[in-house]
Design a protein around this ligand. Structure first.
Ligand code: SR1
Ligand code: MG
Length: 419
């Protein structure tokens, strides 16, 4: 089939043409189609049977350009292959945390999947100050399983290397290399920031050689450390949730990269929310301390549960394996020593990547609504300055955080939960 860009009419016709859609829709005569995509890259349609709203799917299509900019920024549709591959891998491991795929087409750069119509995008809900009791449990499970089962700690070396080759995602990695690790730290024309943000705050990330060097180290790690099949863009807009369930969506940036990049994306986005909520909670008439404390506790729990689950998967695998990664453990202490070192390095990477993901959202092109939608620009600048101070400190000193509480303590020191 030749590619064409779907619209609300042709999306319904496309659904009708697929035999597998008969499993979902009892009839095709009352299909209602809405375009709901609000991301930077793709088009997303919700297709429902208006006679039975339980019969519903999400259809996502990649277009040959960056949606947020338009046709002047060409971007190949191959990103949909990365997304479909990652969704299948993640769903196989975490079927209750990743939507089910009903159909995919490489020709049309389309995926049709489970409509999460009882869930909302986490970022919007966090902005509104809603708490999610299962978030840390679910996100830590997703991270532990996807990062462990795609790594050299689990896969035979030849299989892992073939996976690295198969999942290469040059164009979307380049977006991350530019917009997370390069442009925000130079005087780049794509940068965009609050006019109330002081030059001295921007200089913290653009003119401090320790920060520039540390960010360059993180960029190099991102480009060279092919550890696991990452989600690649695991911010809180890539999660849909309600109080009982959590789903991870949108892995089009997936590729083999450093584990800490995915964990850091979650931690960094929650810290961005933490700094925004001092103002947002006051605006809602609440004492900010309670919600901000919940955010920091969630960060701590995600890391602690991730570490516990990842180490358990690793240890159980090695107990069964005839070929442990480091070879036989002759004094019965070497494996423990290696795991400890591994987790220390991973915490450092997590904090370094988290910092880059935070700083880019203040100075770079793509923002987060938590902060960018604060309409009082002076209040917005206060939150932004906290982010730049925290981020620059984190990336430079990432090796000195001994545990996750050291990180949340720094956030509290910068901007105390009591206001
Ligand atoms: C230019 S695209 C900007 C951002 O959108 C995606 O969500 C990724 O975070 C990317 O960096
Ligand atoms: Mg996305």
């Amino acid at each position: 089939m030749d590619y064409y860009q779907l619209d609300t009419k042709t999306a319904a016709d496309y659904i009708r043409s697929l035999p597998e859609m008969k499993e979902i829709f009892s009839d095709f005569d009352h299909l209602d189609v809405k375009e709901v995509g609000d991301g930077n890259l793709n088009f997303v349609f919700i297709v429902s049977n208006s006679n039975n709203l339980e019969e519903t799917v999400v259809l996502k299509q990649a277009v040959p350009f960056l949606r947020v900019v338009g046709k002047s920024w060409p971007l190949s549709r191959e990103r949909m292959n990365s997304e479909v591959n990652a969704l299948r891998f993640q769903h196989d491991l975490c079927s209750d945390l990743v939507p089910a795929i009903y159909h995919s087409s490489e020709d049309m750069s389309v995926v049709i999947m489970q409509n999460l119509n009882k869930h909302l995008i986490l970022r919007g809900e966090i902005i509104r100050g809603k708490k999610f009791p299962k978030l840390a449990e679910d996100v830590s499970t997703f991270l532990a399983k996807t990062l462990f089962y795609s790594s050299d700690l689990y896969l035979p070396a030849d299989v892992k290397k073939q996976n690295v080759a198969k999942t290469i995602n040059v164009e979307l990695c380049k977006i991350t290399e530019d917009f997370v690790f390069t442009h925000p730290y130079e005087a780049n024309e794509t940068n965009d920031y609050n006019p109330e943000l002081a030059d001295s705050s921007i200089a913290l990330i653009q003119r401090d050689s320790a920060v520039r060097a540390a960010v360059a180290e993180m960029k190099y790690a991102f480009m060279t450390q092919a550890e696991s099949l990452l989600h690649g863009d695991l911010h809180i807009g890539s999660i849909m949730a309600n109080e009982e369930e959590t789903y991870v969506i949108d892995p089009e940036f997936s590729f083999y990269g450093p584990m800490g990049f995915d964990i850091g994306a979650m931690v960094g986005n929650l810290l961005l929310s933490y700094f925004s909520q001092e103002y947002r909670q006051r605006e809602m008439g609440n004492d900010p301390a309670e919600y901000r404390t919940w955010i920091l506790e969630t960060i701590e729990t995600i890391w602690q549960k991730f570490e516990e689950k990842f180490l358990k998967l690793w240890q159980e695998h090695e107990e069964k394996s005839e070929l442990p990664f480091m070879g036989a453990d002759l004094n019965a202490e070497s494996a423990v020593a290696y795991r400890k070192k591994f987790m220390e390095k991973l915490l450092s990477d997590t904090i370094g990547f988290s910092a880059c993901k935070m700083m880019r959202r203040i100075v770079g092109l793509a923002k987060v609504a938590d902060i960018a939608d604060i309409s009082d620009l002076k209040e917005r600048a206060k939150a932004e300055e906290f982010v730049l101070r925290m981020g620059s400190n984190m990336v430079v000193n990432r090796d000195s955080f001994k545990n996750i509480q050291d990180l949340t303590a720094l956030a509290k020191e910068m901007s105390p939960v009591g206001g």
